[in-house]
Design a protein around this ligand. Structure first.
Ligand code: TXA
Ligand code: MG
Length: 335
């Protein structure tokens, strides 16, 4: 495995060429997108896609997102391209929106976990776009983390989590958005939100009309699921995460003191400072975009410091916080 630094301001060069060659030859290349790092393989090469599942320890029932370098390249992958898709793509691509559409036979059943639909997006990152354009193949890429672990927002997270299972890691610096793309299913009668992200539902509805969903917060992992983002143990730190509404901050301090007295390493994921014996604290930005951008690196820090318990300030019950709330509640429901 090698790590190659790529300057997002001047992405084209030797590292991108090597990445593109590796992808065409069936290799695994991790690359930055605006959301999180992806673990990419040629979506038309069944054996290469197989390697993604092995590297991640990911069950085969979890379909992958296919990334392309421009909107037109989606067309050979989908049977239908409804008006809503065209309008959403022209507004949000390149960007953190994934569309689920009926698929053609070009997409392997392994990519889509046997579903009749495929998830597609054009990522908004110069390194991702340079790689996709140089490889000139659609690239299947889940987040570049082990199954159920925290998604990577830096190349170092990828290296620490997947290591030698990856042929090449393209390091384009920390990702800007920080949580995974919004996933919108356009294959049914009405659009359905499968995974909230940083694009507000209302912004989608202005373009695509009324949207069903969002998914239930918890779905039993044994049940059939429309979206594997709904698997309960997703986005989880190793420690146990507990959320505290603002009114219960004194209780949070008391829990921290008891844990500390019992020799348990406890972390604080805070919106404001709190006087309590935390082994590690991260004071988070108070706006949803800033919070999302920092969240996974904060959770990685608690993991690295072996925090067994993470006490977190709950975030506002506001539509702008929907993506962050979703990831926090999944992390809290872990285990
Ligand atoms: O931001 C992102 O989306 C990142 C970057 C790398 O692009 N990728 C990512 O991939 O988060 P992954 O595999 O960790 O999550 C894939 C999500 C699933 O949770 C699921 O919601 C959806 O994509 N998905 C993929 N194919 C689908 C399909 N055919 N039907 C429904 N949902 C699908
Ligand atoms: Mg993932």
């Amino acid at each position: 495995m090698r790590v190659e630094r790529v300057d997002p301001a001047h992405p084209y060069g030797e590292a991108i060429d090597r990445g593109a060659r590796l992808l065409r030859a069936g290799g695994l290349v991790a690359f930055p997108t605006e959301t999180v790092y992806g673990l990419g393989a040629n979506a038309l090469d069944e054996a290469a896609v197989q390697r993604i599942f092995e590297a991640k320890g990911r069950p085969r029932y979890n379909p992958l997102i296919v990334h392309v370098g421009e909107t037109d390249l989606v067309r050979p992958l989908v049977r239908e391209w409804p008006d809503a898709a065209a309008r959403l793509a022209s507004r949000f691509w390149p960007g953190p929106l994934t569309l689920v559409l009926p698929r053609t036979d070009r997409v392997s059943a392994l990519v889509t976990a046997g579903l009749d639909t495929v998830a597609v997006r054009v990522p908004h990152h110069p390194v991702a776009l340079a790689l996709l354009r140089a490889a000139a193949v659609p690239v299947a890429a889940p987040s570049a983390n082990l199954f159920t672990r925290i998604s990577p927002t830096t190349a170092e997270h990828v290296r620490a989590g997947l290591g030698s299972a990856v042929d090449l890691i393209l390091d384009g610096g920390p990702t800007r958005v920080g949580i995974e793309s919004t996933v919108l299913d356009l294959s049914g009668e009405r659009p359905r939100l499968l995974r909230p992200g940083t694009i507000e539902r209302e912004a989608l509805e202005r373009i695509a009309g009324p949207i069903d969903g969002p998914p239930a917060e918890e779905v039993d992992t044994e049940q059939p699921r429309p979206s594997p983002g709904m698997v309960r143990q997703h986005y989880a730190p190793r420690g146990t995460l507990r959320l505290f509404p603002e009114a219960e901050r004194s209780g949070m301090a008391a829990v921290a003191r008891r844990a500390d007295a019992a020799g348990v390493k406890v972390g604080g994921l805070l919106l404001q400072p709190l006087d309590a014996p935390f082994a590690h604290t991260v004071t988070m930005p108070a706006d949803p975009a800033g919070y999302a951008a920092r969240l996974y690196s904060a959770l990685h820090e608690f993991d690295a410091r072996n925090c067994e318990v993470i006490l977190a300030d709950a975030v506002p019950e506001d539509p702008r916080w929907a993506g962050v709330r979703d990831r926090l509640s999944r992390a809290a429901n872990h285990g």
